[in-house]
Design a protein around this ligand. Structure first.
Ligand code: AMP
Ligand code: ZN
Ligand code: FE
Ligand code: FE
Length: 295
């Protein structure tokens, strides 16, 4: 019931079969309902095809939804970060031309990277083909989790974590760098598509465990148009969340949260609750909507 909606949690970070999740966009609402959530977003890597599919099919009236995506971006030049930044975009217009062009560019880059990685796996004597990986992916966005799953299915590795540790992780023999969008361009494109740019899971960045480093990063990104930060996240520890809440408040950034659900591609993460303790309150979703209305 709509009146009870604000008492239930939300999940604003979910992957579907359109990228490297195992649940299809049309099967998602049912799972969202079963998980007792009131609102959700689909935040696939490099694509809004899943969002589009759900919008075309029609949104269920008992659940609230906000459009989303997750872009891999380069960190600011003056900040030392070894990995990429993930930037979420909420409330984007899925028909926006520039955003769609950027997604296309990212998918093209993947199509150049994937054969290189598969060739490296093959050269190590592993029995894997690009066709098998593409079939595992189903959708247009093919990535490392799909390669990992093929290796698991063929019993070449016991689990996907091992596949990343031995072959696919950064610095491993089959790893090939992925094209990343310059951070300012990622934020600007989301903004121009009518959306709110939000830094995803800063707790996953090794160099950002320190309060001051984190504040400096967020301030820099804010100056480039960042509007929020993902505070509540499956792998964020309580102390880190407290710090992040303080920084977000100080900088006037919106706070969001989500599980980063990938279905069977990340079996230990549950929709809404993550590892069990995640609770993202409904009012954070409402605040996003308010900010979108204000523009
Ligand atoms: P890609 O975009 O193809 O580079 O793949 C990125 C995906 O791989 C993301 O969903 C990550 O969460 C996942 N991933 C990256 N590193 C690991 C790891 N060490 N173990 C499991 N999954 C990982
Ligand atoms: Zn993913
Ligand atoms: Fe991410
Ligand atoms: Fe994600």
């Amino acid at each position: 019931m709509a009146s009870e909606r604000n008492e239930r949690p939300v999940d604003l970070h979910i992957h579907t079969t359109a990228s490297d999740g195992s649940l299809s966009p049309l099967d998602l609402p049912c799972e969202v309902r079963r998980s007792g959530l009131a609102a959700f977003s689909i935040t696939d890597h490099d694509t809004i095809a899943g969002v589009q599919e759900l919008l075309d099919a029609g949104l269920p009236s008992d659940l609230s939804f906000i459009t989303g995506l997750e872009i891999s971006a380069t960190p600011p030049e003056n900040i030392r970060i070894s990995e990429e930044l993930h930037i979420l975009g909420y409330g984007i217009d899925v028909k926006d031309k520039k955003l769609n062009l950027l997604m296309e560019e990212l998918r093209t880059a993947r199509m150049e990277r994937n054969p290189k990685m598969v060739a490296r796996l093959q050269s190590m004597g592993l029995d894997i083909s690009l066709e098998e990986v593409a079939e595992k992916a189903g959708g247009k966005v093919v990535g490392r989790p799909h390669m990992a799953q093929v290796l698991v299915d063929k019993k070449i590795v016991p689990d996907s974590q091992t596949a990343f540790q031995r072959y696919l992780g950064k610095g491993c023999p089959a790893y090939v760098d992925k094209y990343r969008v310059p951070w300012k361009e990622a934020i600007q494109t989301i903004d121009e598509a009518g959306g709110l740019a939000v830094l995803a899971h800063p707790g996953m960045i090794p160099q950002m465990q320190d309060h001051h480093a984190l504040e400096r990063l967020l301030l820099t990104l804010k100056e480039g148009g960042l509007r929020g930060v993902e505070v509540y996240y499956t792998q964020h520890k309580a102390g880190f969340v407290k710090n992040l809440e303080k920084i977000a408040e100080k900088l006037g950034l919106l706070m969001t949260g989500g599980s980063d659900f990938h279905g069977t591609f990340k079996e230990d993460i549950r929709l809404g609750t993550g590892h069990g303790n995640l609770f993202v309150p409904f009012f954070l979703y409402e605040k996003l909507l308010e900010a979108l209305k204000k523009g």
